[in-house]
Design a protein around this ligand. Structure first.
Ligand code: VG1
Ligand code: CO
Length: 542
């Protein structure tokens, strides 16, 4: 019943920052999904009879891809697949299920925060047995294999019923359709003080959670409304749709603007939060106060001991390099290390496994901890709710006190999307050429102190990852970082990360873009963004 199908390689099946992401139409080409999935299986060893977890964010093509993966897993010799009902598993829930059931690994169908629908993006990602994204040596092997693949193996069988819970079979392989929320919700209950959060809601605390018509709807409704007693209607856009309702499921100031506007208005609830396509990102907004993801990480690290799961304190913090230095100050005060890693959650896995870090975060609206091996949107929201339930202060007050104690890192990211790839590569190459000559240069009154191209030396396995972004540090404790995105599907996206530390509490209430105006201007002229890309203004500012 196993069919061996001859095939030829496709160009560009190279996993990026988080899996392989392309337009849906690319994945719909005959053999495209099969080639990549076979390349994954060919790069792994020892999974005979083992369990593979499969699920996705519900976007267009999710079900079709899952049927292919299930039949190929049967042909490859897996003993069991656990599939989220309806093909649904948020990325953190998939990580949770892999760990809890000691699966060999998992395949997550998602392009995360990228738009969905027939004309949107699709993606496939492999996660290893610790529940985290495959590390670089695995993704490199998958890519190498994809360039040489000649055949794939697939079980000839009818589609499995993804909607009915319980066990069926494809050949000898068990297909276990599981509730996508249950294991995850149970884990959250062990980490946070649900009684305290219930009391908070019972006391009249109000919230809006925008699931952006993506995967977190069922999770948020079950946990926030049904378990914790948040008012019905707290969760909006709570039904996952294949095209995310035509919206861009990226919880930031641009794509979740209606939530932001509500929180800045007269009828703002106490807390606003949102999550992305696959449920690993989060945005936190208090009444009248947006919390940057970098600040959120720092505040969570400083307050985690107030929650049951972290009451013993944290062993360390890890943040991606472009994330602001606010967490570093918390680590210093706590007497723990703050690790600085390249962009992408896969670099946190070793630190978490080795017990070196407990909480991790990225400026791109990603926060998480050692409870799973992915960033976790709802976890961050529950962490904030638990902190608010114990401190009984508003978000704005907590953020203000944090800045007063640690100083404020003004922070913004400017993205230039879909620029010409050659122009973007040229811009980065020129910056790299200038690394030696930049120190000492004065640009519009700001003096460059040092500049480098970030390289990461993993303290656990000794691996080295180079060329992770050009950093330019100035003498006034400010910094600009340039790097190209590894998740886009059209042209190149140049990301410019701009940050300045402000110790003076009298200067903590400035509007971010104006507080950083001089640095923003330097960030544009230094590599001549307009001259090289033709762009006067960024496409997205967060
Ligand atoms: C972006 C973010 C990065 C994040 C990655 C995956 O990558 O910058 O911090 O880990 O997306 O997030 P890049 O290479 O485009 O800058 V998700 O929610 O899309 O899995
Ligand atoms: Co995501």
């Amino acid at each position: 019943m196993i069919r061996v199908v001859a095939t030829t390689p496709f160009d560009g099946q190279k996993p990026g920052t988080s899996g392989l992401r392309k337009k849906v139409s690319v994945f719909q080409q005959p053999h495209y999904v099969e080639n990549f999935v076979q390349s994954i299986f060919d790069s792994l060893e020892g999974f005979e009879g083992e369990t593979l977890v499969i699920g996705g964010d519900g976007r267009f093509y999710n079900r079709e891809a899952i049927q292919i993966v299930v039949r190929m897993a049967a042909a490859a010799g897996f003993g069991r697949v656990m599939v989220g009902q309806g093909g649904i598993l948020s990325t953190p829930a998939a990580s949770c299920v892999i760990r809890k059931h000691e699966a060999f690994g998992g395949i997550i169908l998602s392009a995360s925060h990228n738009p969905g629908g027939e004309h949107g993006d699709f993606g496939i990602k492999y996660n290893v047995g610790n529940g985290g994204p495959a590390p670089e040596h695995v993704t490199d092997a998958i890519f190498e294999r994809s360039k040489a693949i000649r055949e794939y193996r697939i079980f000839d069988a009818p589609d499995v019923d993804l909607d009915t819970l319980g066990i069926t079979r494809v050949g000898d392989m068990v297909v276990d359709v599981v509730d996508p929320v249950e294991d995850y919700a149970e884990l959250m209950g062990t980490l946070f003080d649900f009684d305290a959060i219930r009391d908070l809601f019972a006391s009249g605390f109000t919230m809006r959670f925008d699931a952006m018509s993506a995967v977190t709807g069922p999770y948020a409704t079950a946990i926030l409304e049904e378990t914790l007693g948040a008012e019905a209607g707290t969760v909006v856009h709570g039904v996952p749709l294949p095209d995310f309702g035509g919206h861009h499921p990226d919880p930031n100031l641009v794509h979740a603007k209606s939530l932001y506007d509500l929180l800045m208005s007269d009828h703002a609830p106490d807390l606003g939060a949102a999550s992305d396509g696959d449920g690993d990102r989060n945005m936190i907004i208090g009444r009248g106060r947006f919390v940057t993801p970098s600040d959120s990480l720092a505040i969570i690290a400083a307050n985690a001991h107030l929650t049951p799961g972290y009451k013993a304190g944290i062993a360390g913090i890890a943040r991606s390099m472009p994330t602001s230095g606010s967490a570093d100050r918390v680590a210093e005060k706590l007497g723990v290390t703050c690790y600085e890693t390249p962009t992408g959650w896969k670099f946190f896995g070793n630190l978490l496994d080795a017990g070196l870090a407990t909480v991790c975060g990225e400026e791109s609206f990603g926060t998480g901890s050692n409870h799973v091996r992915e960033k976790d949107g709802l976890w961050a929201v529950l962490m904030w709710l638990n902190i608010l339930a114990i401190r009984r202060q508003g978000v704005d007050e907590i953020v203000g006190e944090h800045w007063a104690a640690f100083g404020r890192n003004y922070y913004t990211r400017h993205d230039y999307e879909e620029v010409d790839s050659a122009a973007a590569d040229g811009l980065m190459a020129e910056l790299r050429n200038r690394l030696d000559t930049l120190p000492g240069t004065v640009i519009q009154g700001l003096t460059v102190e040092r500049a480098d191209d970030f390289a990461y030396h993993d303290p656990v396995d000794g691996s080295v990852t180079t060329r992770q972004g050009v950093r330019v540090f100035f003498t006034d404790q400010s910094r600009i970082v340039y790097r190209l995105s590894g998740t886009g599907t059209a042209g190149a996206t140049l990301r410019v990360y701009i940050e300045r530390f402000e110790p003076d509490p009298a200067r903590h209430d400035l509007e971010t873009q104006s507080a950083l105006a001089d640095l923003i201007s330097v960030a544009r002229v230094l590599p001549d963004i307009e001259g090289r890309t033709g762009r006067k203004e960024p496409s997205v500012i967060t």
